[in-house]
Design a protein. Structure first.
Lengths: 117, 112
């Protein structure tokens, strides 16, 4: 069974940093595109970033480019999202997902990021 | 700028009746492979989103056949042939052909 499990969320002050992790199991992690999607309070789903299997290709939403970095460690079956210069607009539930056939096909339960002073 | 537009944004439906959601993109989503890079998702209250339809019209594993996706290029539709109470939630379309990936605003389906 394919599973992705996020961790690393929490409370951070504006301007602070946080690193999210996502552990994958039940599939060939090193061969899979992966991504992060978020849903802020009262908002819809928003694409954040994605990365190909070997980490050589990445993509970012305009709203996070230059502040967030997506990366992966295939030896540990892990995906990461380093978030810097966080603002209240980044407060959201962050979901990790596998990507296949131009879609996000398996989603985690999500991790909450709260940005507040 | 690239835009994905869903309609309606709110959809009250009587159980057993059909429902339809439209998704329009400002540029074609037809890839050179012949597939449309358009997918549909449902996020039920309190749950993570899950995939319903990918490549415009292919149902994801485990998705009931009352859900169908159609369309090509810039106009797409998600249809539910007979709405059930468990279909309540917010539906999103997403395009993955043009960078960055973009979601529609979401359509909230509620049972009347």
């Amino acid at each position: 069974e394919v599973q992705v499990v996020e961790s690393g969320g929490g409370l951070v002050r504006p301007g602070g940093s946080l690193r999210l992790s996502c552990a994958g199991s039940g599939f060939y992690f090193g061969n899979s595109w992966m991504g992060w999607v978020r849903r802020g309070p009262g908002k819809g789903l928003e694409y954040v970033a994605n990365i190909n299997g070997d980490g050589s290709e990445t993509g970012y939403a305009d709203s996070v480019r230059g502040r967030f970095t997506i990366s992966r460690d295939n030896a540990q079956n892990s995906l990461f999202l380093q978030m810097n210069s966080l603002g209240v607009e980044d407060m959201a539930i962050y979901y990790c997902a596998t990507a296949q056939s131009a879609a996000f096909d398996n989603w985690g339960q999500g991790v909450l990021v709260t940005v507040s002073s | 700028d690239f835009v994905m537009t869903q309609s309606p944004l709110s959809l009250p439906v009587t159980p057993g009746e059909p429902a339809s959601i439209s998704c329009r993109s400002s540029q074609s989503l037809l890839h050179s492979s012949g597939y449309n890079y358009l997918s549909w998702y449902l996020q039920k209250p309190g749950q993570s989103p899950h995939l319903l339809i990918y490549l415009g019209s292919t149902r994801a594993s485990g998705v009931p056949d009352r859900f169908s996706g159609s369309g090509s290029g810039t106009d797409f539709t998600l249809k539910i042939s007979r709405v059930e109470a468990e279909d309540v939630g917010t539906y999103y379309c997403m395009q993955a052909l043009h960078s960055p990936i973009t979601f529609g605003q979401g359509t909230r389906l509620e049972i009347e």
